[in-house]
Ligand binder design. Sequence first.
Ligand code: 13P
Length: 241
Amino acid sequence: MTKLIVGNWKMNKTSTEAAQLVQELSKIPSGVSVAICPPFTALDRCAQLLKGTPIALGAQNVYCQEKGAFTGEIAPDMLTDLGIRYVIIGHSERRSLFFETDELVNQKVKLAQQHQLIPIICVGESLEEREQNQTLMVIERQVTTALKDVTNANLVIAYEPIWAIGTGKTATPEIAQEVHHVIRQLLSKHFNDNTIHILYGGSMKPSNAAALLAQPDITGGLIGGASLVADDFLEIIRQAA
Ligand code: 13P
């Protein structure tokens, strides 16, 4: 299965800086799918620069309503109008800092799909949940609720253990694979489809990407910090090709 490597730039890069980074991302090898998710303010400019390249564009969030009095929010057709293909939904930073619930994630997933956006649904346990042996229960709840009444398998799941995000601590390939396997089983049961991407995220970098991507149920990566450095992101892409 062709691997999918996605860069989540989070709240980094002005529009000007984003344009510079995009220009450094040339020479993408074939045999791998690549997307970047810059901040909203850089999407239009990046869309122009990425025309005719193999790099797809994603947004980091979307609201669960079509339009209206929702100050500060972004509607799905504002994204599709720019040619955006992916949207990250339910990142742990949005869940913990902005109180997004599994139910809101589910509403966003359904609306995004109605607009032909491919949701990248993030799930992951906290350190406390892992230490209390609740990991698989938490993941099952997050995946199941996010997919309630979802019949369209055109989506991506990203497993991002919260304790591995931005900490330099990566889940070992074995720990990640164990969770990915459970997610694979949940997806097979729900959609009867074994081709849905399940990305690993959390301190993925050139030095650990190959071992993680070699696991049978890890079909790509959602990269934070290392996606802000062109050489590092390109090296991860090469390892996935
Ligand atoms: P880091 O790669 O910086 O740990 O971030 C992972 C992440 O949260 C991607 O969405």
